[in-house]
Write a protein that binds this ligand. Structure first.
Ligand code: VGL
Ligand code: ZN
Length: 198
């Protein structure tokens, strides 16, 4: 049974200077690069939204970033425009070692639905295909690192645990947005759902 390192959204827009900067986000890059050699497979995720995506506040008249809206699939935080397909902000941080990656999985490309998790879009049912990739390659143990702890890392970790993978989140190699207690909620939710926080 092999293991994989899943690096979540280590992209320019989530690093200082980016459109949706996660405080201290770029600080994890050297540690993430160094960890890659300990894994059979390295998988990168890339937030990849079309312009005018429904998760952008700019797509909703009268709304501002970090407001909430009700989508058909449930409540959704509205974000600044970020990770627009093909833009410099959507590119991986330039110091991230992408050469070791076996798979790059893009998410959030459907105009009407966001996708925090690397496994399912925010309706919690539309798959990204990552589960099939891991199962067909016999990968059962996952370690997650990246941005942001309380959104894409947490949603991915919980889905992975629910699907039966053995999941560890390296907290020292993640950074959080922390919106209204979202970090505490995410840590509690991951721990309660069988994710190992290391
Ligand atoms: C993320 C908000 C919007 C993340 C992505 O990578 O955690 N957060 N899109
Ligand atoms: Zn996004």
């Amino acid at each position: 049974m092999s293991n994989a390192l899943i690096v979540i959204d280590l992209q320019n827009d989530f690093c200082p200077g980016g459109a949706l900067a996660v405080p201290d986000g770029e600080a994890i890059v050297p540690g993430v690069n160094a960890l890659m050699d300990e894994f059979d497979s390295v998988i990168l995720t890339q937030d990849w939204h079309p312009a005018g995506h429904s998760s952008f506040a700019s797509s909703h008249a009268g709304k501002a970033p970090y407001d909430m809206v009700d989508m058909p699939y449930g409540p959704q935080v509205l974000w600044p425009d970020h990770c627009v397909q093909g833009s410099p902000g959507a590119a991986f941080h330039s110091d991230l070692d992408t050469t070791r990656a076996n798979l790059i999985i893009r998410k959030g490309y459907s105009p009407d639905i966001d996708s925090y998790s690397a496994f399912f879009e925010n309706d919690q049912t539309t798959p990204t295909g990552l589960e099939g990739y891991l199962r067909t390659r016999g990968i059962s143990r996952l370690t997650l690192v990246g941005l942001a702890t309380d959104f894409c890392v947490s949603y991915s970790a919980r889905d992975a645990a629910r699907l039966g993978f053995s999941v560890t989140v390296r907290r020292d190699l993640c950074r959080a947005i922390d919106l209204d207690g979202s970090l505490a909620n995410a840590l509690e939710g991951m721990a309660a759902n069988g994710v190992t926080l290391a």
